[in-house]
Design a binder for this molecule. Structure first.
Ligand SMILES: Nc1ncnc2c1ncn2[C@@H]1O[C@H](COP(=O)(O)OP(=O)(O)O)[C@@H](O)[C@H]1O
Ligand SMILES: O=C(CO)[C@H](O)[C@H](O)COP(=O)(O)O
Length: 560
């Protein structure tokens, strides 16, 4: 702990950093009451690397999504000092720093934590770079992992709703082995970026129980066995024990103290408490005050993650996972998700808005999203005659299949861009309703729903969600809720609060019943939801394999 300010000092401040898909966001927070004193954002120079490798310009295969580790360090060097300066915060007031990351964002590193892509001779190897959560090129490996686990009756499979995602650690690791065995052989540590950044900060490798459980198939104190992995591929037999395994740290624990190097990057005092790493969605539960069982949190942004605590385990088909201690120690944390949400709205708004809509946005100083939302808001439920499937980035829950793609049904020559925008927003709300139904049908009732993330700012989107779900939405107050959640974890790690629940009560905040459903519109949505479910099951559960055939044809065509 910092020598100058004690954990229970009125002036004590903690720093939270949310490493998102395109940028890192920093918030400086007063420990006493959670007041956000300053924020700063630093965009990643390379963003999401999906078309060409920056080092060489070489084209990358479809569904690739990589990142550049130096972009993460740049957040520490730029955004932390910027936040301190913006808030006029003396570094000595800072007693702790906490971080969260997108996940599964995973990278190959040496035994000392150097990313392989930074080693001489590896900059031109795509598999030496971090694979971002939305790297969706390992579906074939996920299919193998699932088929073998089912055949062998692996005890961990039900903990993942019966299917492990192509986004998670083992599918991505197997893809590296298959496609670049040399990179695989040089990989000493296959590590979540969430844990790697903590290593950068405190000079010590730790592995957090959250990422290990949800993304790393760690259940009941063990990873998948050598025997199982060998049957997948003999060269993969020791993947878990040699590259992944490490003692796990509980959320809210202190991982270590800031090193001299990281102190110089951030401008914070050496030795400042560094919290154990965490995943962006799960850490947000502390900011949104949804740590108690039955309070589901939807973190709605580029994607949506649903996280909720329960008191015991029940298998929810198609969920991402249930992990003991995964959101807060002592409880079972559940996660489900939708890989594309804001991304899908952005696809339409950025790629297909007519020039007059773009002009309107520019003239009025608003975004194209706002123009489309305003035009779409006026129409009655079902007035556009459309139903869409929200699979433009594959389906994470409940189908767990990233070879699926988006569908828009019902288009005519009268269909306007705002009609499609509305249908896409509705499709993502139907996707959320499908997930909530799966929880309820498995004996894990969702007592209430709270929303956080960038999409909470779009009132039109929020209204559609309340109507489609037929329930009130509580809304987390912070605009930087994941970063605030990380700051709350930092306060626990620094000893300022006894545990995550107490810190959440003192430092988080939420407006209850912020958006209420309209009974008439909710009833009308039941009919559209029935059509959504019919198409969902037809294209996603075996009625037609057209989407899979299209994906295979695309891959074949691009590789020839
Ligand atoms: N006004 C808006 N309405 C709906 N979606 C939006 C709006 N502005 C941006 N988006 C979408 O929101 C997503 C970004 O969400 P945000 O929560 O800010 O980021 P992240 O999820 O990466 O942390 C993008 O995919 C973008 O297309
Ligand atoms: O799967 C995740 C958490 O479990 C990812 O981190 C998430 O989907 C990416 O988050 P965002 O859309 O907020 O960038």
């Amino acid at each position: 702990m910092n020598a100058n300010v004690s954990a229970n000092n009125d002036d004590a401040v903690v720093i939270g950093i949310d490493f998102g898909t395109l940028s890192g966001r920093v918030v400086a927070v007063r420990v006493r009451d959670g007041a956000e004193l300053a924020t700063a954002v630093h965009p990643y120079e390379h963003g999401v690397v999906s078309r060409t490798l920056p080092a060489t310009g070489a084209p990358l295969p479809p569904d690739t999504a990589l990142q550049v580790p130096e972009d993460y360090r740049a957040v520490l060097r730029n955004a932390v000092p910027k936040a301190l300066a913006a808030g006029g915060i003396a570094p000595e007031r800072v007693i702790g720093i906490g971080t969260d990351f997108t996940a599964c964002t995973v990278l190959p590193a040496t035994a000392t934590g150097v990313p392989l892509c930074e080693l001489p001779g590896f900059a031109d190897r795509p598999h030496a770079y971090p694979k971002l959560w939305k790297h969706h090129a390992a579906q074939a490996e996920a299919d193998e992992i699932n088929a073998l686990a089912r055949r062998r009756g692996e005890a961990w499979l039900p903990r993942y709703g019966g299917r492990v995602s192509a986004e998670w650690q083992f599918a991505k690791g197997l893809q590296v082995l298959r496609e670049d065995p040399e990179v695989y052989d040089h990989t000493d540590r296959w590590i979540e970026a969430a844990d790697w950044i903590v290593w950068q900060l405190c000079g010590r490798e730790t592995r957090n129980v959250c990422a290990a459980g949800y993304k790393g198939i760690h259940q009941d104190g063990a990873w998948p066995t050598r025997d199982y992995l060998a049957e997948l591929d003999p060269r993969f037999a020791r993947f878990a024990e040699e590259k992944v395994a490490h003692p796990l740290s509980q959320l809210g624990d202190r991982a270590g103290g800031l090193t001299a190097e990281a102190a110089a990057w951030t401008g914070l005092p050496e030795g400042t408490a560094v919290a154990v790493g965490n995943v962006d969605a799960h850490v947000t539960a502390a900011a949104a005050q949804t740590v108690e069982p039955g309070r589901m949190l939807a973190v709605m942004g580029t994607s949506t993650c649903h996280v909720m605590n329960g008191t015991g385990f029940a298998e929810v088909p198609g969920m991402c996972g249930a992990v003991r201690d995964g959101i807060a120690p002592g409880l079972w944390g559940y996660e489900a998700g939708q890989s594309g949400v804001g991304d899908i709205f952005g696809w339409l708004a950025e790629g297909f808005a007519p020039p007059e809509y773009v002009r309107e946005a520019r003239e009025q100083g608003i975004s194209v999203h706002d123009v489309l939302s305003r035009r779409a808001a006026a129409q009655p439920v079902g007035g556009h005659g459309l139903v869409a499937l929200d699979w433009h980035s594959g389906n994470r829950s409940v189908l767990v299949d990233h070879d699926l793609s988006g569908v828009i049904a019902g288009m005519t020559l009268a269909t306007r861009p705002e009609d499609v925008y509305r249908a896409l927003v509705e499709a993502t709300a139907f996707g959320t309703r499908t997930i909530l139904d799966a929880f309820a049908g498995s004996g894990v009732p969702v007592a209430e729903l709270t929303v956080a993330g960038g999409l909470k700012r779009n009132a039109f989107v929020m209204r559609i969600y309340a109507d489609v779900l037929g329930r009130p939405l509580h809304v987390a107050d912070s605009d930087e809720a994941p970063a605030l959640g990380s700051a709350i974890h930092a306060a626990v790690a620094a000893g300022a609060h006894p545990d995550i629940a107490a810190a959440s009560a003192a430092m988080g905040s939420t407006t209850r019943d912020a958006v209420l459903p309209d009974p008439g519109r909710s009833a009308a949505y039941d009919d559209l939801y029935a059509v959504y479910t019919e198409l969902h099951d037809h294209f996603g559960r075996g009625g037609s394999d057209a989407l899979h055939r299209l994906r295979a044809l695309r891959n074949q065509s691009l590789s020839s």
